[in-house]
Structures are given as C-alpha cells and as structure tokens.
Design a protein around this ligand. Structure first.
Ligand SMILES: Cc1cc2nc3c(=O)[nH]c(=O)nc-3n(C[C@H](O)[C@H](O)[C@H](O)COP(=O)(O)OP(=O)(O)OC[C@H]3O[C@@H](n4cnc5c(N)ncnc54)[C@H](O)[C@@H]3O)c2cc1C
Length: 309
C-alpha cells in the first residue's frame, strides 16, 4: 500500500486520537482515547469498541497472522470496558466531566490456539501517543450499578483486566457517598499485572468502607494459590466484607475470564440448571442463596457478570 493510500484509509476509518498510552509492563497498558466527537453518555461498567486497520503494524513476538488480500483494508474491532483511574493527580476523586477522553485497561494477547489469531491487541500495543484509532460511537452494556441500593455491600471480583469496569464503578460508588462496604478483588498471575495497585492503596487510606484484595497466583514466593472461588469457599471474602455474605443486601459483580464466572446453562424445556466445569463463582454463590442474572429471560438477580471471551 502506498503512503497516500494509507493516509486516506486512516482519514476515512479513524475518529479518535490516542492522547495517553502508559505501558505498565510490556503486556499491559492504560490507554486514553479522545474521540473527535463529545464523549458519549454512559454509565460506569459499560463498554464500547476500539478498532484498528489490518494494515497497521503488529507488535513484536506475537503469533503470526496470515491475511487474505481482501482483508487488508478492513478494520478489526473489539469490545473494551471503560476503565477509570479513580483519583486525579492531586489524589482527589476525579471529576469526569473535566475529561474529554475515555480510559481503557488492556492486556496484550500474544497468541491463542482456539483457531483465532489475536488481531487487535498486537496492533494496539504498537501504537504511540498521537496515533489515530477508531472508537465506537455508542457506549453500551447491562453491567452497571443500577440494582445497587445505598448501604448495600458491593463485591467486585475480577480477573486480569476484568477490574476495568470495577474501577469505574468504584469511582461512582465513592463519588456518590455509598455507605455500604465495597470489596474489590482482582486475580492475576503475577503482581506486575496489578496495574492500578497504588491507586487502590490510596483509596483504602481515604475511604474506610473500601477494600482492595490482590491475588497473584503465579508470583514466585507465593506458597498458597488462591483463586476467586477459594476466597468465597474458605470464608476469606467474608473477613473482608466484615459479615456473612447476605443475598438480601449484597451485590456481586464478576468480570473477566469465563472460567472464573461459570455461567450456568438453563434448559428451557426441563427448567434444569447445569453448571460448567471447573466450578465457577456463580455456582458457589447460588449454593449460598444468591441468584445470577439470566440474559435470556431478563431476570435480574444479585450476581451480575461480564465475560471477556
Ligand atoms: C464486553 C467486553 C468487554 C471487554 N473489555 C476488555 C477490557 O477492558 N480489557 C481487555 O484487555 N479485554 C477486554 N475484552 C476482550 C477484548 O474484546 C478482546 O477480545 C481482547 O482484547 C483480545 O483481542 P484480540 O483481537 O487481540 O484477540 P481476540 O481474537 O479477540 O481473542 C483471542 C483470545 O484471547 C483470549 N483473551 C481475550 N481477551 C482476553 C483478556 N482480557 N485477557 C486474557 N485473555 C484474553 C481469549 O482466549 C480469546 O479467545 C472485553 C470483551 C468483552 C466482550
């Protein structure tokens, strides 16, 4: 492709600018994108799409991609939750109306063996500040704080970048003076993957009802591998919420790896519910009187979830 053709394609397909790109480690970034249009109205917890042309460069050491000639001029889009750094530089809760950008928390998927070569993240990780990008004009999604009442206990359980929407929802709860306990737990492989750890430490110091729990399952020196499911079964989560998990006054939000979430299958004819293997958090919580949302029937329970794949 000639430089002129490239410039023309970018001009036609992109509608936003990368205003900040912070690499937390080579495979993890906080990205801020300013759309050419006003920030679309939205609620914390929701997502929009980001896209880049297949013609863009891929970062090094990622799975090799073979493209058909007809695909080279197409744009690959993926969904991303809107994230939030919660505090401004002065250490106070951000005033989001002052921002004209949206924040994203993204992990590089270097390879994948289920038949789909990762297309977007290898290109996102080759971006630099000032580059142009495509952003979806709508921010959407059911994963919000709508069902939460003031005073409820709110538990966020995420894996990896699944903490992105939880950080934004945490900002909303703290900004509106939520009085109930807020526990935000995140499970990663190594502690270098806890991109917002310092912010959470500051938040805990400022807000007595806020607690962040970091679990790193493969960190050298970690002798006890604790997954999110274990936190609940061994009673450790309740030590942090300060009371037994009461379905009447607790909302649990689950985001990230589908295996952690474990969405059940509801058989329409028999009414039977079956859970996937390995045991996910929904199964553990439903055995304790909680009920997960059911998208097909629009049932809203007290366990809400967003699967990333
Ligand atoms: C509603 C929604 C919100 C999302 N929000 C985020 C977000 O805030 N941050 C983010 O990093 N990702 C998020 N994702 C995942 C994102 O859409 C992409 O799938 C991901 O960035 C990989 O894109 P890709 O084109 O490189 O690879 P893809 O072809 O999309 O994915 C290939 C494979 O990579 C694995 N994978 C995908 N996402 C992840 C991940 N986050 N961590 C580990 N493995 C993964 C899966 O096995 C998947 O099959 C979200 C997905 C959904 C549906």
């Amino acid at each position: 492709m000639t430089v002129e053709e490239l410039t023309k394609l970018r001009h036609k397909r992109y509608n936003a600018t990368v205003v900040s790109l912070k690499l937390l480690n080579p495979d993890l970034m906080v990205l801020r994108v300013k759309p050419d249009f006003p920030r679309p109205p939205h609620h914390p917890g929701q997502y929009c799409t980001l896209g880049l042309g297949y013609w863009e460069r891929r970062t090094e050491a990622c799975q090799v991609e073979t493209l058909a000639a007809a695909d080279v001029t197409k744009v690959v889009r993926r969904a991303y939750s809107i994230s939030c750094s919660v505090l401004n530089e002065a250490g106070h809760l951000m005033r989001l109306e002052e921002n004209d950008w949206l924040e994203f928390y993204i992990v590089l998927v270097r390879e994948n063996f289920d038949g789909r070569v990762p297309a977007l993240t290898p290109r996102l990780f080759a971006l630099v500040e000032g580059d142009r990008i495509q952003i979806g004009e709508r921010i959407t999604g059911h994963y919000t704080l709508d069902p939460v009442k003031p005073g409820d206990t709110v538990v966020f359980l995420g894996t990896g970048t699944g903490e992105a929407p939880h950080n934004y929802m945490t900002w909303e709860l703290l900004s509106r003076g939520h009085t109930g306990k807020i526990v935000n737990a995140c499970c990663v492989r190594y502690s270098r993957d806890l991109g917002y750890h310092d912010i959470h430490r500051h938040l805990m110091a400022q807000f007595p009802n806020y607690e962040y729990l970091a679990l790193a399952t493969r960190e050298p020196g970690v002798t006890r591998r604790v997954y999110i499911q274990d936190l609940i079964t061994c009673g450790e989560l309740e030590e942090h919420t300060g009371a037994a998990l009461d379905p009447a006054t607790t909302h649990v939000f689950l985001c990230g790896n589908p295996k952690m979430i474990g969405v059940p299958h509801h058989d329409r004819e028999t009414g039977a519910t079956s859970y996937p293997e390995p045991v996910g958090v929904i199964q553990v919580l439903e055995a304790r009187g909680f009920a997960a949302d059911v998208a097909a029937t629009k049932f809203k329970g007290n366990v809400h979830f967003e699967e990333y794949w």
